[in-house]
Design a protein around this ligand. Structure first.
Ligand code: SF4
Ligand code: SF4
Length: 354
């Protein structure tokens, strides 16, 4: 059966608040529900994130229904403004999200270690490590700026649910299949990483940190702790296909927490080859297209890829898949195919114009 994907073109964005009501997509949300508006607060360097104003219509519908909405994301794995709660909140504030009159919650704890382990057998995992707050609430609306991504090829709803809802340990489990890397030239042997390692897996040998892979539990605290940025994520330990398939499995776990009280909104504006995490996400690869709404994470991301492919970009012609063009060996369909296979949704969709 085809999944419904509602579409409002960019030229009618001013109708956003009325259009979203016509979808009936809020129906399952009920009085008393705590609803996460899951988004990416952007970076300090550019304004490619979803304008805060688009949240206000969604927030007022939820409040009218008696729900308790809050804006939320988790701290990131690597060293960045969004790696710690205090600076993450500053980014949210700089991008205007603190003006909306609802709480902003950085989930999963300041160290990213406040998680719930969910046991589920999948191709890659036996358990998933999700930020605790998302396991304790009734609903989620995934609000995603749809764009490219260095490793995932696309940053859509699947990526927002997967990387965005996982604890630091979960994020590391998607990014790497081995222990973190010690960059010997940068390490000064201060021992801080060892003091913060929950598994006592780090020792200092000849004034350099050494990780014992037999003890390491992959929590990635050391990546975050090292003041010299001497501990890195071994990005190349997973292939792009494996990474995308792991994303699909984490997204499936996150989506499973909310039953019917879930929908996704993908904003197809400022579509760049790289993610909003980057200080410079690159030149636009497609015109502004519009906004899509769906309950199905696979259908909405697939529809976005198809619309970008069909669009005439400044450098890439209509009909050409634009995200994999600069990434040989990578393709957005890796995550879409696996996501469909594991039951997250369907690639078969119908567009309903609003
Ligand atoms: S915290 Fe960083 S610099 Fe200090 S010992 Fe660990 S890896 Fe080396
Ligand atoms: S990833 Fe966690 S368990 Fe492994 S060495 Fe780093 S801090 Fe220790």
């Amino acid at each position: 059966m085809k999944s419904k994907v509602f579409f409002l073109p960019a030229c009618r964005f001013e109708e956003f608040d009325r259009a979203i009501l016509r979808t009936g997509i809020f129906n399952p949300f009920k009085k008393g529900d705590r609803v996460a508006l899951k988004l990416h607060f952007g970076s300090m360097g550019h304004n490619n994130t979803i304008p805060a104003d688009y949240m206000s219509g969604i927030i007022s519908v939820l409040i009218q229904k008696g729900c308790f909405p809050f804006l939320t994301d988790t701290n990131v794995l690597y060293r960045d403004d969004r790696a710690e709660t205090a600076t993450h909140l500053e980014v949210a504030s700089k991008n205007g999200y603190d003006r909306l009159g609802v709480p902003i919650v950085i989930a999963g704890g300041d160290r990213g270690d406040d998680y719930v382990s969910i046991k589920e057998e999948s191709r890659y995992y036996e358990e998933f490590f999700m930020a605790r707050e998302y396991t304790e609430i009734e609903g989620m609306i995934a609000l995603t700026h749809f764009k490219g991504h260095g490793l995932a090829c696309i940053g859509g709803t699947i990526k927002n649910l997967a990387m965005g809802c996982a604890s630091r340990k979960g994020k590391f489990a998607m990014h790497a299949s081995i222990t973190p890397d010690i960059k010997k030239k940068k390490c000064i042997g201060c021992g801080l990483c060892g003091k913060n390692c929950p598994a006592q897996a780090i020792s200092i040998v000849n004034e350099i940190a050494v990780i014992d892979p037999a003890k390491c539990i992959g929590c990635a605290q050391c990546v975050h702790t090292c003041p010299q940025s001497a501990i890195g994520i071994p990005w190349s330990s997973v292939t792009p296909r494996e990474f995308q398939e792991k994303l699909a499995e984490y997204a499936n776990c996150a989506r499973g927490l909310f039953g019917n009280s879930f929908f996704a909104v993908n904003f197809m504006v400022n579509i760049t080859p790289l993610c909003d995490c980057e200080p410079d996400p690159g030149k636009k690869i497609a015109p502004d297209i519009g906004v899509l709404f769906s309950r199905d994470p696979v259908a909405i991301d697939r529809a976005c890829v198809d619309m970008v492919t069909a669009s005439q970009g400044p450098d890439i012609p209509a009909g050409e898949e634009k995200f994999s063009r600069t990434r040989p060996g990578n393709h957005p369909h890796f995550q879409l195919d696996h996501a469909e296979k594991i039951g997250l949704g369907t690639r078969d969709y119908e567009i309903i114009s609003l």
